[in-house]
Design a protein around this ligand. Structure first.
Ligand SMILES: NC(=O)c1ccc[n+]([C@@H]2O[C@H](COP(=O)([O-])OP(=O)(O)OC[C@H]3O[C@@H](n4cnc5c(N)ncnc54)[C@H](OP(=O)(O)O)[C@@H]3O)[C@@H](O)[C@H]2O)c1
Length: 313
């Protein structure tokens, strides 16, 4: 973490807008003795790799924990090759090894801080060189801090937006053009039920998820008939490390006495994708979270929003 003692500290993610100095390192899982080495493990020259860039992978951020990990495990059980993204290299490596061993899939991992990365723009090229094409992108990495805005650490607040909004936007922009060109693909953006309301004491987090909801719904409308789908999901409270990282003691919050389990959330997300949904609130929710957003139908809001910039001729 950079020095946060100075009020002049700047989010290092500003570099994300500059050309990357070097390609990010995407690691293959260590070869598991019981499996034949995957062709993707063999060293290839860029030209050979370009020719063999034909495998379709799911890239899952937040794969080292919680909901992202549960989605990765579910995709692996359907034999989908994976690129697992997070910061915790040890956990990613262990998960990649585990999935490769249990499911016989090719699982790669990339340990990267998505809130600060300088190398993100080079990711699609680096993957293509390895023979990897991404047709499913799951933006599950997310973070937020509880507290009054006046007291929340400057860097934590900026990184909430950098991770939840900016990295989601960046990865989508990096992989979307190829999906549109190939007329296939799915992007799953994990927002949150609290993204449907302004939420004092988690104002930045809730607003960052409101961005994900609004942006994803508009995107899914734009992408109709392109063969590429965008699904935005709003999970209810789920038993993951999220709360500990947010500085929330769930035992002291009445609304957080009943938590969903991440596997159930992952299954509901995949079912929503299968059902062709573009927006889904998944998991059990506290009463108001479940019913209040339904008083103003989102579809009506979306239709209204869609008409706002229509041209007359
Ligand atoms: N839990 C809930 O109640 C709940 C409810 C609604 C929505 N959500 C959303 O669901 C998503 C998954 O959260 P979770 O509940 O599964 O929490 P979690 O267990 O804390 O998992 C968060 C994931 O995000 C990754 N991550 C965090 N900061 C990162 C960074 N700077 N760069 C790269 N990766 C980073 C973490 O990777 P490392 O551990 O490797 O850093 C981890 O894999 C988030 O978007 C969250 O906002 C959660």
């Amino acid at each position: 973490m950079s020095d946060n003692s100075s009020p002049l500290v700047q989010p290092t993610t500003d570099y994300a807008l500059e050309p990357a100095a070097q390609a990010p390192e995407i690691a293959a899982a260590p070869t598991v003795a019981t499996l034949p080495p995957s062709a993707a493990d063999k060293p290839t020259t860029p030209t050979e790799a370009n020719k063999s860039a034909k495998k379709d992978y799911a890239l899952v951020t937040g794969a080292s924990s919680g909901i992202g990990e549960a989605i990765a495990r579910l995709l692996a059980s359907k034999k989908k090759p994976l690129v697992l993204v997070g910061r915790d290299e040890t956990k990613l490596k262990k998960l990649a090894e585990d999935l490769r061993h249990k499911e016989g899939i090719d699982a790669r991992f990339l340990a990267i801080d998505l809130a600060r990365s300088k190398t993100l723009p080079n990711l699609p090229t680096a993957l293509k060189r390895m023979g990897i094409k991404v047709d499913v992108l799951v933006n599950a990495a997310g973070f937020g801090k509880r507290g009054r805005e006046a007291t929340i650490n400057y860097e934590d607040a900026l990184n909430t937006v950098n991770l939840n909004c900016r990295a989601t936007l960046a990865l989508t922009k990096l992989f979307l053009p190829d999906m549109v060109a190939r007329k296939k693909g799915a992007i799953i953006n994990i927002a949150a039920a609290v993204g449907l309301f302004p939420v004092p004491l988690m104002a930045t987090y809730a607003a960052s998820k409101a961005f994900v909801v609004s942006w994803s719904q508009a995107l899914s409308q734009e992408l109709k008939k392109t063969g590429v789908r965008v699904l935005c999901v709003c999970p209810g409270p789920t038993a993951t490390k999220f709360y500990e990282r947010a500085g929330i003691r769930t035992s002291t919050v009445p609304h957080l006495q009943s938590l969903n389990d991440p596997q159930t959330i992952a299954e509901q997300i995949m079912q929503a994708l299968k059902d062709g949904k573009t927006f889904a609130v998944v998991g059990s929710q506290p009463f108001l979270m479940k019913y209040l957003p339904k008083l103003v139908p989102r579809q009506a809001l979306l239709q209204y929003g869609s008409s706002l910039l229509e041209e007359t001729n």
